[in-house]
Design a protein around this ligand. Structure first.
Ligand SMILES: [Mn+2]
Length: 483
């Protein structure tokens, strides 16, 4: 098994490894190092297969672009099965089988599986072929659900079905690794899809960012809870390091931006510091966008060069903009919303100017204003338990099937709204004669709009709050504005 160092890669390797091992086959796994080897099939990985006498490599969540390396492996008598969901190039690798629903001639009806989903399909097919119960594959549905949630694939069609059953598995007989991570992270039962995204994904990804993602596979293939807990603690500590680096670097980057006041006027942000940790520059770019809402590039030193990550604001094609700056770049790649790039250190300023020129010429004013898509206007009297239960039938939520967002107009403070824990806003508000409570994280600055008892509009999702065994509905506030 050869996979990627992210959640999709490690869950797919872990599930396929455990599945094949149960069939009494000699099996091993290999996760490339994020910095030493990079993404995709690596030469070091093939050499590992040769040195350990493996005759077949199954790639998971990668491989579709590794035409040359697979050819190289073939010369040493190593066959490949490619399970991938990334967009293929013109030339498909010469493997004994290539499973990828995005191939031009692939008639598989659902195109949006994640890498772990493609691996799962191979397991199901093997069960049928070998006449063993499909439950042998279903055992890994919680890992599949985790990968679907973390890889940001559409939560519709088959993905929604797999995630639905995967969540049931995660809440009844979970993979020991998921159980250990959820316990360490203090997750409340039952787990929701968001717990998989925010509790499990950052910890698994932290392993690849800060160190070596192999231990994420070790976690998911652990045979005992004690063993799983051991690896979960390692991931937990990588995540603590990651958070620290992330917080420190974000603070430094924000300070750099505010020291250069004219940058605040710009349509783009490009920051560079040689000592920043490579593993978190993408996360930092996303954080900077929360403060300065514009396309953002965060660079650090990587060997002799400057390298880093770029993140966009919705609606703006970042890849095109990076591509237009290629005269200053040594390498770049990515897509609409995110990209990676490498350049000569002495070109950082030139790149910053060019990028600003390109972005300011092509970005539309509306792209620079954060947008909330509101699904419907309702009134407080419609927010009932039965309404909430109907909404829940549409779970699991995710891309293409987002948690519904509502607006209620002309609500008024009851006098009990207040700021809690310094920067959160606790609302106790009414519309007509119905009172509801709500919480707005990091929205203390909006309190001024509330406290003078003037009517305001509130945009929110509906949440269930459990306190002392009592369940009540509350608003999770997204935004408020004067009516
Ligand atoms: Mn993937």
């Amino acid at each position: 098994m050869f996979g990627d160092y992210d959640v999709d890669g490690t869950t797919s390797v872990a599930s396929m490894y455990s599945f094949i091992k149960k069939l009494h086959a000699e099996v091993g796994f290999y996760i490339p190092h994020r910095y030493k080897e990079g993404y995709g099939v690596s030469k070091a990985g093939i050499d590992f297969a040769r040195d350990n006498n493996f005759s077949l490599v199954i790639t998971l969540d990668c491989g579709i672009k590794s035409v040359e390396l697979i050819k190289y492996a073939n010369t040493m008598g190593i066959d490949f099965i490619v399970c991938d969901h990334h967009m293929p190039d013109e030339i498909i690798p010469d493997a004994v089988a290539v499973l990828n629903p995005k191939q031009k001639d692939c008639n598989y009806p659902f195109k949006e599986l994640c890498g772990c989903g493609v691996g799962f399909k191979l397991m199901c097919a093997l069960c049928e072929q070998m006449n063993i119960p499909l439950e042998n594959a279903y055992e890994y549905l919680d890992l599949v659900a985790t990968a679907i949630a973390a890889d940001i694939v559409p939560m519709n069609g088959e993905n929604r079905v797999l995630a639905f059953y995967g969540l049931i598995k995660a809440n009844t007989t979970p993979n020991l690794g998921i159980k250990a991570l959820a316990t360490l992270g203090g997750a409340k039962q039952p787990l929701h899809i968001n717990d998989l995204v925010f509790m499990i994904a950052p910890r698994v990804n932290a392993a690849g960012r800060m160190d070596d993602a192999s231990k994420a596979v070790q976690l998911f293939i652990a045979n005992t809870y004690e063993e799983a807990l051991h690896y979960a603690e390692l991931l937990h500590s990588d995540n603590t390091d990651r958070k620290e680096a992330d917080t420190d670097i974000t603070a430094e980057a924000l300070a750099i931006i505010s020291e250069n006041q004219h940058w605040v006027e710009k349509k783009s942000t490009v920051v560079y510091q040689s000592h920043w940790h490579k593993g978190v520059v993408g996360i930092v770019a996303s954080r900077l966008i929360e403060h300065h809402y514009k396309p953002t590039v965060v660079l650090t030193e990587s060997g002799d060069y400057a390298a880093g990550s770029a993140r966009s604001v919705p609606g703006f094609n970042l890849y095109e903009a990076i591509h237009a700056c290629r005269e200053y770049l040594l390498a770049y790649g990515g897509h609409f919303a995110a990209a990676g790039l490498t350049l000569e250190k002495h070109n950082v300023d030139l790149f910053r100017n060019k990028f600003e020129e390109v972005v300011s010429a092509s970005i539309r004013q509306e792209h620079l204003i954060p947008e909330i898509v509101i699904d419907a206007e309702i009134s407080f009297k419609e927010i009932t338990t039965s309404f909430y239960n109907i909404l829940r039938q549409m779970e699991p939520f995710g891309p293409e099937n987002m948690t519904p967002v509502f607006i209620v107009r002309k609500v008024v403070d009851t006098g009990y709204s207040k700021i809690v824990k310094e920067n959160h806003l606790r609302l106790v508000v009414k519309q007509d004669d119905i009172t509801l409570t709500g919480i707005g994280f990091n929205m203390a600055d909006k309190f001024a709009l509330v406290k003078d008892r003037q009517p305001f509009d509130v945009v929110f999702k509906i949440d269930e709050n459990e306190w002392n065994g009592q369940k009540t509905l509350q608003l999770r506030i997204e935004d408020i504005k004067a009516s």
